[in-house]
Design a binder for this molecule. Structure first.
Ligand code: MLC
Ligand code: AMP
Length: 494
């Protein structure tokens, strides 16, 4: 059987640079060699991992991707976990997915060692792997399951989204074609590598194309802007919050700095925004500042990217564009017909090779989310002059903040552990920087509660982006005649 396609492609780019940092560059050949070295360590005396789950807690860059490729070459399923998650969030993902091994780098291994011991999982410190053992790696079919990504939804706990190598390939090929990726491209990578924006759209497409990735540990604005000034990049992909922060930084910069940075942005061949709604005003401000027309696209963990403005064609502020190559999109009225006319809102449903297989170990949730073979996104949209415009979500319990999808129910469950909180309702309120701000209305058992104290209490219990930004103490939560909390009425309290 031939190599997995991404390996075969990497061989054809062997001498090109895959990852570049100020300190060191690594070629595609080095990625191939390092991934085979790590794969041998993962396999030990097995001939292949047979879809065993291997979690990845490694900083973005060469070692992260070498580990990812190692898992895939050894026949395992990759489960990337959030570097800044709390221990209980890690424990949930590791136990729910029945992980057998965690790969961590030297700086992260100590943080997860006691958890691994507690739940009986093997911890591999990737920084310590330097063996020369050579072993034939197994043949892996593209229809084998490759990855689990945990995503929040309308249930309190996140669900594992399972994709095959073939799904991942379809997601990447669609974008490579639509946005004309080539081996001449150079892109910064500063998004977290436990979500598809960073994994598929940036790193996946770049390495499929033989391009150069410059990894950053996180969104390090000054370091990234220095490189933009140097004309280091042809492409740039980010969430709307980052464009808001960049606009603020450019407006605050002195004229000569601003001119130098803007010149770097101007030269890029494409700048993309996605993962959350890009306000038309931000789109227009960015064009006014840099001359670049942002390309907005729409996607989801379960389906990769589905809809995009055109690379060569109209980029309409406030719209997400037309279906990407290989992706079928329809709008469906709730319990009603498929919508064929323009200007009538409906739920976005998606079909095609890019669509995931199943939620890990949740057959009912998987079945519920498909309708006649179409994936139900839960997002409402309308078709206007050939382009889709997103109108919002069907569920009020899903919040998008800084590009992260959050479950209001998960945050409520955590807040109810607070000794003073008797009842609570969590909502997302519009926010200029974060898109939506996590907001809580609480009924107290006694005493008072200040936002600062609540935020302090949440640290270590919830990831930073899930911690409420706004708080209101109320005597009772608004409820309907059935006694159910009505979230629109909760929003009206603020
Ligand atoms: C962080 N902070 C927040 C926050 N996140 N405040 C309000 N709301 C939030 N969501 C606060 C912190 O508490 C901290 O406060 C301060 O902001 C700085 O935190 P930080 O983590 O250092 O922020 P920063 O590095 O600037 O991060 C912002 C960001 C990050 C936008 C770069 O959130 C990010 O990388 N988002 C991208 C997520 C992503 O990749 N999503 C894609 C999912 S896939 P203090 O008080 O301590 O200073 C998907 C599919 C698709 O959606 O279509 O792509
Ligand atoms: P995730 O589950 O983290 O992959 O987030 C997917 C969700 O992000 C989608 O269901 C949408 O609600 C939202 N999303 C992604 N891109 C856009 C966009 N361009 N405009 C509005 N919402 C978006």
């Amino acid at each position: 059987m031939p190599d997995l396609p991404f390996i075969a492609r990497a061989r054809s780019f062997a001498d090109r640079i895959a990852f570049r940092t100020p300190e060191v560059s690594h070629t595609y050949q080095q990625l191939l060699d390092r991934s085979s070295q790590i794969a041998v360590e993962l396999l030990q005396d097995q001939s292949e991992l047979q879809e065993a789950r291997v979690a990845l807690l490694v900083a973005p860059g060469f070692e992260y991707t070498a580990s990812q490729w190692a898992i895939w070459r050894a026949g395992g399923m990759k489960l990337p976990i959030c570097l800044s998650a709390t221990e209980s969030e890690w424990e949930y993902a590791l136990t729910d997915s029945q992980v057998g091994v965690v790969i961590a780098d030297a700086s992260n291994a100590p943080k997860i060692a006691s958890l691994c011991q507690k739940i009986g999982v093997r911890l591999v410190n990737v920084s310590g792997i330097n063996g020369n053992a050579v072993k034939a790696l197994p043949d892996i079919d593209v229809n084998r399951r490759a990855m689990i990504l945990y995503t929040s939804g309308t249930t309190s706990k996140p669900k594992g989204v399972v994709t095959t190598h073939a799904n991942i390939q379809a997601q990447i090929e669609s974008l490579v074609q639509a946005w004309e990726w080539s081996a001449e491209d150079r892109i910064p990578m500063f998004l977290p590598l436990h979500h598809i924006h960073g994994i598929i759209n940036i790193t996946g497409c770049a390495l499929w194309s033989g391009a150069v990735v410059e990894p950053f540990a996180r969104f390090e604005m000054n370091a990234i802007l220095e490189r933009v000034r140097d004309d280091a990049y042809t492409l740039f992909m980010a969430v709307p919050t980052i464009y808001v922060k960049l606009i603020q930084a450019l407006e605050a910069a002195c004229e000569s700095d601003r001119a130098a940075i803007v010149a770097g942005f101007k030269k890029m061949r494409l700048m993309v925004s996605g993962s959350a709604a890009l306000p038309a005003s931000v789109h227009q401000q960015w064009t006014a500042l840099t001359g670049q027309e942002l390309l907005e696209r729409y996607g989801m963990t379960e389906i990769g990217m589905a809809i995009s403005n055109l690379y060569r064609g109209e980029r309409r502020p406030g719209s997400v564009g037309a279906p990407l190559p290989g992706v079928e999109v329809r709008l469906k009225a709730e319990n009603g017909p498929v919508i064929t006319a323009e200007d009538e809102p409906g739920e976005i449903q998606v079909r095609g090779a890019t669509v995931f297989q199943a939620y890990w170990n949740r057959p009912e949730a998987t079945a519920e989310t498909f309708e006649d073979g179409w994936f139900r996104t839960g997002d409402m949209a309308v078709l206007e002059r050939g382009y889709y415009r997103i109108m919002g979500r069907l569920s009020v319990d899903i919040i998008k903040s800084g590009g992260y999808k959050l479950s209001a129910l998960e945050i409520e469950a955590a807040l109810l552990e607070h000794p003073l909180i008797a009842e609570c309702a969590v909502i997302g309120l519009p926010d200029d920087t974060w898109g939506e701000a996590v907001t809580a209305a609480v009924v107290l058992k006694s005493s008072t509660l200040e936002l600062a104290a609540l935020r302090e209490w949440c640290k270590g219990r919830l990831s930073v982006y899930k911690i409420p930004q706004r708080l209101k103490v109320v005597t009772e939560l608004p409820r309907n005649a059935m006694g159910k909390v009505t979230k629109p009425a909760v929003k009206a309290l603020f």
